[in-house]
Design a protein around this ligand. Structure first.
Ligand code: SF4
Length: 105
């Protein structure tokens, strides 16, 4: 099995075999987060699927709120890995304000 497929399979198992829950995963600091769809955040298909999360009318706003809370929590640091890149991409592609300045203070 290719690594990308193995990661997508692992993420699906992590989310109780739910395609929807994988899409709505807000744990951006999980090392698999940007690979959870079987591609990467450098791939435009990744962002197309992220945008499709908006069709989950009740759960999408909750995911955005959980993502903001997570990023602004004291334990989250933007200096780790690619999170600065990922946060910037989320803000641009998803048009979500993450309030990142707060956690840089
Ligand atoms: S990114 Fe991490 S937390 Fe999210 S579904 Fe995959 S393994 Fe689970």
């Amino acid at each position: 099995m290719k690594k990308s497929k193995a990661i997508a399979k692992y993420c699906k198992e992590c989310c109780g075999d739910s395609h929807k829950e994988v899409t709505l995963c807000h744990l951006i600091d999980c090392p698999l987060w940007e690979f959870r769809f079987g591609n990467s955040a450098s791939n435009k298909e990744f962002w197309e699927r992220m945008k499709r999360a908006k069709s989950y009318k009740n759960d999408y706003p909750k995911m955005v709120e959980a993502l903001r809370d997570h990023i602004q929590s004291p334990d989250f640091t933007l200096s780790r890995g690619r999170y600065e890149y990922l946060c910037s991409k989320i803000e641009v592609e998803m048009k979500i304000g993450l309030g990142r300045l707060k956690c840089l203070k």
